[in-house]
Design a protein around this ligand. Structure first.
Ligand SMILES: [Cu+2]
Length: 736
């Protein structure tokens, strides 16, 4: 099996050959990325095999075995002589929160159908200013009851310079970065500035964006699409239509970033995120439990309805465009979202018996970021000119060869001698990480894991290496730097080696990974902590012990499971529908229960329709091979009941609630989920976004919560001139 990238010391001739193969494919890739040629065309021309890989034509596919002795591979990204740990790691850029009345036009329950002139490149004529599907079914559920109190307005835009960076902390807590200066879009100060066609981020800028919200404070997130109207202005990957998923928000489906509810350049989409506790229509409805609460500006808490055992903390939001998610997320459509609650206050000092006093800070009543740091880890690749590069023909899973944290190449981060919380997001396309903390002598150091995905664990878990972390999984950890000396350096080290995008090949020891003993350029140290001083003020956060209680699981003993379903994830999927908009053919697919064959994605197909207000048990099964699949189920948090049929195989750090489930090679995961509070169409898919796009994704829906829901729901078909609807292409026999 070949490694994806050429060795560091590959011969010049071998590198030239790899470059040539890449250039030869460029024309085809461009056409394909614009949607002008289909998979079927490629197969017809003999450029693509039905298994999905580029046909082995020498000089076209860099993976083809050549006259050279090695197994192929593509040239490594240029580093322009830059060494690791030579730039400070920027904190996230905190998005401004405004009053809802600042929005113009004012948000409406049903999509705003005010007409505007549509650019000729998008077909001309006129179309609505908001791209949300029109009418009652896509109206914000309970919009009057949860009237927006906070407005957040962002654009999706080509790369530009950031002149409004707000890290939420002074430079002394941001490795000396002076936020007032302009920040060009570069992954390292000594690397080329990214072209507007290469990188598309929120507001077109870096650092990545952070949204801070509170439970019980409804947010109206207005997302403007400012991407080029010309679909060809994409630098070879990414598409200008987008759909924004608040991963794993417990909101109505009209605000979930449904893969088929995408919108076009010059349109906006109003996402209404109420931030309610799950179960709020059936549990603690009188809001008389202080554990179910949210911080107010006065420094105390307000009670809210719902189950406090469902309190969530670390989310992210990203594009979910049908069959283009991997390209758009990789190109920069990724941000993080911290949810604050009575339990997880973002203030480490307030000691009221509810607040868990996790490392954060003390200046504000909630949401202090001083010692609470978001980390978005992703592997990237660059062409010989240093522009971001993506291979849309890799159907196993695209891997980069350059590690980045918060869009910065292998940075350093200055810390004080005290406890910090890090919210680690795997923001890669297809790469798994396994992260350890090591000192400068390559000796693993203990860290305390406190959360998995959006959820604080029942108990903290002390580890010397975290578990493998699949794409989209979040692990929150606490590191106690008071044990180290000023001027000491520590490192986050990636132990997981990939040979391709099918899944991890192996996990190295900390010593081997630290020393870089791997053909995989992303194994090894990727973030340097520099212990620079004692804290100016005593650490007020609580000391965590493995016996402490954070958030226990909800009590399900009175909620019987009404149904079991099985989903099988694998290749050789069949497509039974031919809808040009909603269906896609890929090697990947999902088999649903007893109906046998695996089906490729069609967002017009209903594969499951659990009843509103019930609980079910779902078996997620890996169809084999050496593959791993991190499976994401939208909307409700699940609990893992068993791995490979055994409850005792569920490790302590997976005993809370989750929204992404790594199946592991040949493995299976049994979970339980409830379906409460909101209705509409949701998704289940592999979060190896290469698999998701090709086409390991299905639609499920909750459709009997009453008005205005129909059974089954009509499928939206977006166009720049307006969204139409069609009846579902297919409803699986046992969906209902
Ligand atoms: Cu997968």
């Amino acid at each position: 099996m070949s490694a994806i990238y050429l060795p560091e010391h590959a011969s010049r001739a071998r590198i030239r050959e790899g470059e040539r193969a890449r250039n030869n494919r460029r024309e085809i890739i461009r056409e394909r990325s614009w949607g002008r040629i289909t998979r079927r065309d490629l197969i017809k021309w003999g450029l693509l095999t039905s298994a999905g890989l580029l046909a082995p034509i020498n000089g076209l596919n860099p993976f083809v075995r050549t006259a050279f002795a090695d197994d192929g591979g593509i040239p490594r990204s240029p580093l322009f002589g830059v060494r690791p740990f030579t730039q400070p790691m920027p904190r996230f850029d905190v998005l401004p929160r405004n009053s809802a009345s600042s929005l113009n036009p004012f948000p409406t329950a049903e999509a705003n159908q005010t007409q505007q002139v549509v650019d000729a490149k998008l077909g001309g004529g006129v179309g609505p200013i908001e791209g949300r599907p029109p009418g009652k079914i896509w109206a914000h559920q309970r919009f009057a009851e949860y009237a927006p109190r906070v407005a957040v307005e962002v654009t999706q835009a080509p790369a530009t310079t950031n002149t409004t960076y707000n890290p939420g902390v002074p430079a002394s807590l941001n490795s000396g970065i002076v936020a007032a200066g302009p920040i060009p879009l570069k992954f390292h100060p000594q690397w080329p500035t990214q072209d507007p066609e290469s990188v598309w981020t929120f507001n077109g800028t870096i650092p990545p964006k952070l949204l801070q919200v509170r439970y019980g404070e409804p947010v109206l997130f207005r997302h403007h699409n400012r991407l080029p109207v010309d679909v060809g202005q994409n630098g070879g990957f990414g598409i200008h239509t987008i759909s924004t998923h608040e991963h794993n928000g417990h909101h109505g489906a009209e605000n979930d970033g449904f893969t088929g509810a995408f919108f076009f350049p010059n349109q906006f989409y109003d996402y209404h995120w109420p931030f309610v506790l799950a179960g709020h229509y059936s549990y603690n409805t009188a809001a008389d439990d202080f554990m179910a609460s949210t911080p107010n500006d006065a420094g105390s808490i307000d009670r809210i309805p719902g189950d406090w055992h469902e309190t969530m903390s670390t989310h992210w939001f990203h594009d979910h465009m049908f069959s283009y998610t991997s390209q758009n997320v990789y190109k920069g459509n990724a941000a993080m979202l911290n949810i604050y609650s009575g339990l997880d206050r973002g203030n480490e000092e307030i000691d009221d018996g509810v607040n868990l006093r996790l490392p954060s800070g003390t200046a504000q009543s909630w949401g202090n970021l001083d010692y609470d740091v978001n980390l978005m880890i992703a592997d990237k690749a660059f062409d010989s000119a240093g522009q971001l590069l993506f291979d849309i023909f890799n159907f196993d899973g695209f891997l980069g060869d350059v590690m980045t944290v918060n869009f910065a190449y292998k940075p350093y981060f200055e810390v004080e001698r005290r406890r910090y919380r890090f919210r680690i997001l795997n923001g890669a396309v297809a790469r798994f990480f396994k992260i350890a903390l090591a000192n400068a002598a390559a000796v693993a150091q203990p860290v305390t894991q406190i959360a998995n995905d959006g959820n604080l664990l029942p108990n903290p878990v002390v580890l010397t290496a975290l578990d493998e972390q699949g794409i989209a999984e979040r692990y929150d950890i606490v590191i106690d730097f008071s044990k180290y000396q000023i001027n000491e350096k520590l490192y986050l080290v990636n132990l997981t080696e990939h040979e391709d995008g099918t899944g991890p090949e192996r996990d190295l020891s900390v010593g081997d990974a630290f020393a870089g003993r791997s053909s995989d350029p992303c194994v090894g140290r990727f973030l340097e902590f520099r212990v620079v001083r004692d804290p100016s003020r005593l650490d007020q956060s609580r000391e965590l012990h493995a016996t402490d209680t954070l958030i226990p699981n909800p009590d399900l003993s009175q909620v019987p499971s009404v149904r079991e379903r099985t989903f099988v994830f694998g290749d050789d999927a069949r497509q039974t529908t031919f809808d040009p908009v909603t269906s896609f053919r890929g090697p990947w697919g999902i088999g649903t229960g007893n109906e046998g064959e695996k089906l490729a994605a069609d967002f017009g197909r209903i594969s499951a329709a659990p009843r509103y207000g019930t609980r079910e048990i779902w078996h997620l099964v890996n169809d084999g091979g050496g593959w791993d699949h991190p499976i994401h189920i939208h909307f409700e948090e699940g609990r893992i009941l068993a791995r490979n049929g055994s409850a005792s195989r569920v490790p302590p750090w997976e005993r809370g609630r989750k929204d992404v489930y790594r199946l592991r090679p040949d493995g299976s995961v049994t979970i339980t989920l409830q379906f409460r509070d909101w209705g509409g169409m949701f998704m289940e898919h592999c979060h190896n976004t290469t698999h998701e796009d090709n086409a390991m994704l299905l639609r499920w829906e909750i459709n009997d919560s009453g008005e205005p829901f129909l059974a089954p729901l009509p499928t939206p078909i977006p166009t720049p001139q307006g969204v139409t609807f069609e009846q579902p292409d297919d409803i699986l026999l046992k969906a209902f």
